[in-house]
Write a protein that binds this ligand. Structure first.
Ligand code: GLC
Length: 750
């Protein structure tokens, strides 16, 4: 007998998921902002200085979840909660544990203020969804919204109030391990994904059940680390900061994100944690952000390592005055803020404002009305791995798969081949498909590629499996069995890639090659002459130039989560026509990095026919696969590209319309992409920038007109004086299936 509450929740969940159009920013609780402010002020008035500082202290629990940073659970943590000097706990989940902690905070402490419970719910909680880089490959914000809704539902049912997500860092260097956590190289696509995830986590009313507070991170430009090495120096212009790295954060704030997390890195000499221009001038004054900023793990204390704070007290002073409100795990605020106030170094009003921001978030979440809202063990049990969630996860996973190559239409495979070989270290791996930051995802609940293939084929088909080699060691002892199986098979599905610990935080690689002896296995299997389908499972673009030249079919699977095998089988056997498109360029080799589509033209643009141009002697100019690329089992034709006006003013908008036709024999989805280029401007502009996309289903022979509106905001940029404006001149308007294949028209702005 299902819990009565479950049926209610299930219905509530179903309705919230169904209305994926629930696309408005947070509004439900915003009307009560005046009353929230009054309540917050009345609480503040009765707090001692020490209790105020306690609200700005956050610690990792580690009771039920692993530590996600360089620290251990503090033995005095429960005592501190009982004393009312802890504002937030993270890495502690489970309805029962959270109820216990919350009871201590609201019944035993002198402040009676509820704890804010956080966790990294990055791509699912127990039902694990594709990693964010994979979800971005869907180019489907509505699907991503539903993914975030499920993640929020399961996390909230397990006592979580707040997720340290979405990670919205733009990444142009695939050596950087955290590229897996974001939405790739493009600000426009990144902004669309950031907005969808914030709305999916928070919905329109944070106080309703099954919502969690979002926390777009890592503010800002964390992905710009030199050498693609995590935590490394970022040195970019303000123009690059604003045009490349900030748009996804702005979209997240506009979607109503209640918090944000500052990043470990410096930008041009100033670490984000102590960067007032970033945390106060831009985030609050320019953008109107009204939530609070949490540091990253220990990033306040690390101002000492950066060399801009001589002591932990200095670090606390610099951070709180820049606009970092809550201290994750460096303990700098707890140890020093009260003394800094007493010494007159930090005004108590600064502390008060930070505490107000934290308390407002707790009110918006409804924690003061019901601190135990998320602590019903029956609902928790009913919601985790709910069949609806698994179905949504399978749909998200299928949409995240990118078909990179399909020579002679090898795919989709028949389901009734006599013998199908499934080979490779990722084929039966149930752990790697979870990807980094898998929260409570469990390997034993993952449908592996082998499982999915075995489940999907006809009863008469035999499926053979051989691991062939490990992911990252050089051994070849498994080759013989694998090659023997391949030679007997009618087709080979070869699953290669990276282990889940080879991307994510502090997991950067100096090479983009297939690790270990996988390349050797790949070449040996291809050498058998059998039809080979290469399935990649990886957390970053890999340099698969050899495969691109020798393997007939290549499927980019990233890490697809709990439903990996079912989603891959759906695509491999044609039950789903792949619709994914690359959110990031794929380099030919690591030596080509950074390579991204929205680059500048330079004064000597690359031209292999002309020596004195920007090129390599030993490499073509283009990436292996371009941004926005992905194949389908059908083909699409574009024609009749037209503008509603050839000339407009700097304040006008213009419609761009194109007709897209399914020219093949199978239904499929096309991602129609709109790019623009400002041909001549007062500063150099990228050769193209994504400014719109539409994913449309088309049946065979069906045509649809796709209409985009270009507004002044799409044409504007930061000029030499950093004024954001549209300059008169010509713009090349481009539409097509990806960044390397477009039709264009010229728009004149007077
Ligand atoms: C880590 C990560 C951050 C995460 C936090 C809490 O160091 O940088 O993304 O949210 O700590 O786990």
């Amino acid at each position: 007998m299902r819990h009565p509450g479950f049926l209610l929740c299930g219905v509530a969940l179903a309705s919230s998921l169904a209305s994926s159009g629930g696309q408005s920013a947070v509004t439900g609780d915003m009307q009560s902002e005046a009353s929230i402010n009054r309540s917050v002020d009345s609480i503040l008035a009765r707090l001692t200085l020490e209790q105020k500082v306690g609200q700005l202290a956050q610690y990792s629990g580690g009771w039920t979840d692993s530590m996600t940073g360089p620290g251990q659970r503090r033995p005095d943590l429960i005592d501190r909660i009982r004393a009312g000097t802890v504002g937030s706990i993270f890495n502690a989940t489970g309805a029962q544990l959270i109820r216990q902690l919350q009871e201590i905070a609201v019944t035993q402490s002198p402040t009676k203020i509820p704890l804010l419970i956080g966790l990294d719910v990055i791509h699912g909680f127990r039902t694990t969804f594709p990693v964010p880089l994979a979800e971005a490959s869907s180019w489907d914000p509505d699907a991503v919204y539903r993914s975030a809704r499920v993640a929020a539902t399961e996390a909230a049912a397990s006592g979580i109030h707040w997720t340290f997500a979405p990670m919205v860092d733009i990444a142009r260097d695939p050596r950087w391990g955290r590229i897996v956590e974001g939405s790739g190289e493009d600000p426009y696509l990144g902004a669309a994904m950031a907005s969808a995830r914030v709305r999916g986590f928070q919905t329109a009313d944070l106080a309703s059940p099954f919502t969690i507070m979002a926390c777009p991170k890592h503010f800002a430009a964390y992905g710009g680390a030199e050498g693609g090495r995590d935590y490394n120096t970022v040195d970019i212009t303000e123009r690059t900061l604003r045009e490349v790295y900030l748009p996804p954060f702005k979209a997240a704030v506009d979607a109503g994100a209640g918090t944000t997390m500052c990043s470990f890195n410096e930008i041009g000499g100033i670490p984000s944690t102590a960067n007032r221009q970033l945390l106060t001038d831009i985030l609050r004054t320019e953008w109107g952000f009204r939530g609070f900023v949490v540091s990253d793990w220990g990033s306040i204390g690390e101002l000492q390592q950066h060399g801009i704070a001589g002591t932990l007290a200095d670090a606390a002073r610099l951070s709180i005055t820049a606009g970092t409100d809550m201290d994750m795990e460096s303990d700098a605020y707890w140890r020093h803020l009260a003394d800094l106030v007493k010494a007159g170094t930090v005004p108590e009003s600064v502390i008060d404002e930070a505490v107000r921001r934290v308390l407002r978030v707790k009110y918006r979440l409804g924690l003061f009305d019901n601190p135990y809202r998320w602590t019903d063990a029956d609902i928790e049990k009913a919601m985790l791995l709910h069949p609806d969630h698994l179905a949504i996860a399978r749909d998200m996973a299928r949409k995240s798969i990118v078909l990179l190559k399909n020579e002679n239409q090898l795919l989709p495979l028949r389901k009734d081949l006599p013998l199908l070989a499934v080979i490779g270290p990722l084929a039966a791996d149930n752990d790697s498909p979870l990807g980094p930051w898998a929260a409570h995802g469990r390997a034993d609940e993952v449908v592996t590629l082998l499982d999915g293939i075995t489940e999907a084929v006809a009863r008469t088909t035999r499926v053979g499996y051989a691991r062939g080699c490990s992911i990252d060691t050089s051994g070849t002892e498994g080759f013989a069995a694998a090659l023997g199986l391949a030679r007997r098979a009618d087709a080979v599905i070869l699953a290669l890639g990276e282990g889940r610990d080879m991307s994510g935080e502090a997991s950067c690689r100096s090479s983009l090659d297939l690790p270990g002896s996988q390349q050797a296995l790949l070449e040996a299997v291809v050498q058998t002459g059998k039809p080979v389908v290469l399935v990649l499972m990886n957390g970053r673009p890999l340099s698969i130039a050899w495969a691109a030249g020798h393997v007939p079919a290549i499927v980019e699977g990233w890490y697809l989560g709990t439903q990996t095998g079912n989603a891959l089988a759906d695509v491999i056997f044609g039950d789903y026509n792949p619709s994914g498109r690359l959110p990031v360029s794929v380099p030919r080799t690591v030596g080509q990095v950074p390579v991204y589509y929205n680059h500048k033209n330079t004064g000597r643009p690359g031209d292999t026919a002309n020596n004195y141009t920007s090129k390599y002697l030993d490499l073509p100019l283009t990436p292996l696969y371009p941004f926005g690329f992905g194949l389908s089992y059908t083909t699409f034709a574009y024609d009749d590209l037209r503008l509603s006006a050839a000339t407009i003013s700097t304040t006008d908008s213009v419609h761009v319309t194109v007709r897209v036709r399914n020219a093949g024999k199978r239904a499929g989805e096309e991602v129609v992409q709109l790019y623009i280029r400002d041909d001549v401007a007062s500063v150099t502009r990228p050769v193209m920038e994504l400014k719109g996309f539409r994913k449309i289903p088309l049946t065979p022979g069906q045509s649809r007109e796709v209409d985009f509106v270009i507004t002044p905001d799409h044409l504007a940029f930061y000029d030499q004086t950093m004024q954001y404006r549209v300059e008169p001149g010509t713009f090349t308007i481009m539409v097509g299936p990806h960044s390397a294949q477009v039709q264009s028209r010229i728009l004149t702005v007077r």
